[in-house]
Design a protein around this ligand. Structure first.
Ligand code: IYR
Length: 229
């Protein structure tokens, strides 16, 4: 008997998941091709102002929103900003925090660790990139007027952000995981409700040529992975 398209489990409808079965050779090839592509990703700090169609931003956000999340609450809001005035406001507020961070909040050790990345409190990319996406985590939501905490919010938002960064690279664009700290100014500038907390700020666009990135090496598999076979 053929498996039915739909079944009821715990009183909820479940649908047959159509999974495409690839051969071992195909999964080796597919995983390797994707690794090679992701290994080309670099964080870029200087952006050109070349425009990016809104449709691309919609697609990458839809991709991020396919991420798994605690009890499928999808506890995220992606604010996509191309408005020049808002970008200027965000840059000003971010730089104010960054000046404080770089002068007073960072340890010497932290400053030394950042030296290869040549970062500082100036954040021109916030204005220069055609888009910035500010990722907000939704700590709680209202369901039928009742406040409910979401589950595994940090894990969920981290996974969704990773998928967003992957989608940006896959689209042929570049980004930077910018983490101004504290980030609560973003709630105010973007007029977000009190259940949302800013998590990450990602400028999205094209590198400004000629673009140089630090000559960093990634850890090898033997440094990041332990097999137990
Ligand atoms: N948030 C600051 C500082 C910064 C911290 C780390 I750790 C980095 O890898 C990069 C930067 C900034 O965005 O400049």
């Amino acid at each position: 008997m053929e498996a039915p398209d739909k079944v009821i489990i715990n009183g909820y409808e479940h649908i047959l998941y159509h999974h495409h079965l690839y051969s071992n050779q195909e999964i080796i090839e597919r995983s390797n091709i994707f690794y090679q592509e992701m290994d080309m990703r670099r964080s870029v700090r200087e952006f050109s102002s070349k425009p990016v169609p809104r449709e691309v931003i919609e697609n990458i956000i839809k991709t991020a929103s396919t991420a798994p999340s605690g009890a499928h609450k999808q506890p995220w809001t992606f604010c996509a900003v191309s408005n020049e005035q808002l970008k200027t406001n965000i840059r000003k507020a971010a730089e104010k925090e960054e000046v404080e961070t770089y002068t007073n909040r960072m340890s010497d050790r932290w400053r030394d660790d950042l030296a290869p990345m040549a970062t500082d409190a100036n954040k021109p990319f916030i204005e220069e990139a055609p888009w910035i996406i500010v990722v907000f985590k939704r700590v709680y939501d209202y369901e039928k007027g009742v406040k409910h905490n979401n589950y595994y919010v940090n894990e969920s938002i981290g996974i969704a952000s990773g998928m967003l960064i992957t989608a940006i690279h896959r689209a042929g664009l570049v980004t930077l995981t910018h983490t101004p700290s504290p980030m609560n100014f973003l709630t105010k500038v973007l007029d977000r409700p009190s259940n949302e907390r800013a998590y990450l700020l990602l400028p999205i666009g094209y590198p400004k040529p000629p673009n140089y990135v630090p000559n960093l090496e990634r850890k090898g598999l033997d440094e990041v992975c332990v097999f137990y076979e």
